[in-house]
Design a protein around this ligand. Structure first.
Ligand SMILES: [Fe+2]
Length: 144
């Protein structure tokens, strides 16, 4: 699966949107590099970079949720945590040479597909909430 960015995925929260776009790009490039035949060590290095980037992104996204008192924060944090756990397990298997399922297929299924579902699903729900939150702040500012 090639992850193709679509502006329909925007949350209109520039910091988060830029990171989502970057995650799409990084994962697509990783899939392409693997298809072209990079080494296991290079693959692992790219995965580690991606893992760190995703962790940083999640914590920034969660900060926006906390600051806006988003009621879905806990559920969303849980989804991020599940992804982090899946990712860590994949890396551990990769290092242990446990390749019951080809790594490229696993990346596609557990990372790329998850990311697309998440950005077009739970993240969108938050995007709608955050837009209302900003509007309310603006309205409150205008009325005072
Ligand atoms: Fe998210």
């Amino acid at each position: 699966m090639t992850l193709i960015w679509d502006d329909a995925f925007l949350l209109h929260l520039p910091v988060i949107d830029a990171q989502h776009r970057q995650l799409f790009t990084t994962l697509s490039e990783l899939e392409e590099a693997m298809a072209a035949g990079i080494s296991a060590a290079e693959t692992e290095a790219l995965l580690v970079r991606l893992q760190h980037y995703a962790a940083r992104h999640f914590s920034i996204e969660e900060k926006y949720m906390a600051e806006s008192h988003y009621p879905g924060l806990k559920r969303h944090q849980q989804a991020h945590q599940e992804f982090a756990t899946t990712f860590a397990r994949m890396l551990a298997d990769c290092r242990a040479g446990n390749v019951a399922e080809p790594l490229a297929a696993r990346i596609e299924r557990q990372l790329s597909q998850w990311l697309k579902d998440h950005v077009t699903g739970l993240d969108q729900t938050f995007g709608v909430f955050y837009a209302h939150y900003l509007q309310e702040l603006k309205d409150a500012g205008n009325s005072s």
